[in-house]
Design a protein. Structure first.
Ligand SMILES: Nc1ncnc2c1ncn2[C@@H]1O[C@H](COP(=O)(O)OP(=O)(O)OP(=O)(O)O)[C@@H](O)[C@H]1O
Ligand SMILES: [Mg+2]
Length: 356
């Protein structure tokens, strides 16, 4: 397995009127080339902010206070080329370097389709623009991939239009030959979401960040989109970071899973291992909401006993202790659990697994 993005001890804080929210608190994980990392956790636990950090797009007043995001860059059209490790957190958020990475190397499908699609352009213009910036095609007509960088060229306007129509078809937009000339405001919410997916996937990024990409879509379209992602993953060895509340979908797509709670990573393991041997009581509670493993549920996370704590007033010790069925008084409310490798490759942050 080859690392593509390494997130190391990442901390992101929001300094707002009522105090400081530690939105991401010491999170570390690796996304490997061609693999899918699933990120789960209740609303507000820091999933989207973690994803936005990888794109150097933390919204104000958010700030990365420590940690790094290492991107192992290799020109995707030059598989034999050298790898350069870029610390994304050091890049100017408006600079040329990150703009080349965004879209071209790391594509993102946002949770809010309405706000993230410019209404004044047609879908064809939007996809075409992304293609001209980030996509090359083999010089040999009809080939999907070429051997090396010299065998590629930029797309022509006609090709961009053809690829746009093809992508719209692939994401399940009806009458793509007409829809390619539709403006965002003429499309339904679900269609806009699919146009955004088409833009992200048309550039064949090394990594796709999919933040609740299919929640707004109906089940058959969702299945089609997941298949399309799986296809691309195979053709171009794309890595996926898949954020969702839908544990059924995660079970189907993820190779590895990160579980988050209140900005902290509470458990990480291989997906199968996590499903069959969940260690953290929070993960166990989340998993209870899946009716049957492998069967897709449209259900959001089952409610876990107790309230999500006030982010300005976090519980002492383990932040999950007031809701935890395994709560050990005198310990869990006093000691902050450490990130512990309980079994090989299986990490948890819980005093049950620490020698106290
Ligand atoms: N623009 C902002 N201003 C202030 N605080 C913010 C902002 N965005 C996020 N936060 C804080 O960061 C925390 C994490 O937010 P994030 O969007 O990453 O949650 P999430 O896990 O993606 O939730 P959801 O499942 O609802 O999408 C929030 O609870 C909030 O306190
Ligand atoms: Mg989110």
């Amino acid at each position: 397995m080859e690392p593509l993005v390494e997130v190391k001890n990442l901390n992101v804080e929001f300094d707002v009127r009522d105090g400081i929210v530690h939105a991401v608190d010491g999170v570390s994980f690796t996304v490997h080339r061609g693999r899918t990392l699933g990120v789960i956790g209740e609303s507000g636990c820091g999933k989207s902010i973690t994803a936005k950090t990888i794109m150097q797009m933390v919204p104000k007043p958010g700030e990365i206070t420590s940690g790094e995001v290492l991107f192992h860059y290799r020109d995707k059209y030059d598989p034999e080329g050298d790898i350069e490790v870029i610390n994304i957190t050091n890049l100017d958020p408006d600079g040329r370097r990150i703009r080349k990475i965004r879209g071209g190397e790391i594509g993102m499908i946002f949770q809010e389709p309405m706000s993230s699609l410019t209404p004044v352009y047609t879908s064809g213009t939007l996809i075409g623009e992304a293609l001209h910036l980030h996509r090359l095609v083999p010089k040999t007509v009809g080939e999907e991939m070429a051997q090396n960088i010299k065998e590629y060229r930029h797309v022509t306007d006609e090709e961009a239009r053809e690829i746009s129509i093809e992508m719209l078809r692939k994401v399940g937009i009806p009458k793509p030959e007409q829809r390619v000339d539709s403006y965002a405001h003429q499309l339904s919410g679900g269609q806009r979401q699919r146009v955004m997916i088409a833009i992200a996937l048309s550039c064949r990024p090394a990594m796709l960040i999919a933040d609740e990409p299919t929640t707004a879509l109906d089940v058959s379209i969702e299945a089609q989109i997941l298949d399309l992602m799986a296809d691309l993953q195979e053709t171009v060895d794309m890595a996926i970071m898949f954020i969702t509340h839908d544990l059924g979908v995660i079970a189907e797509v993820a190779d590895e899973i990160v579980v988050m709670y209140m900005g902290k990573q509470v458990e990480t393991a291989d997906a199968t291992e996590l499903y069959y041997n969940p260690l953290h009581p929070y993960t166990r509670a989340l998993l209870k909401s899946i009716p049957q493993i492998g069967k897709r549920s449209t259900q959001r996370l089952a409610s876990i006993k107790g309230m999500v704590p006030d982010p300005f007033n976090l519980p002492s010790g383990c932040v999950f202790h007031p809701r935890c069925p395994e709560y050990m008084p005198g310990k869990c409310d006093r000691i902050v659990p450490k990130w512990t490798e309980v079994e090989e490759g299986h990490y948890a942050r819980c005093l049950l697994y620490e020698e106290v």
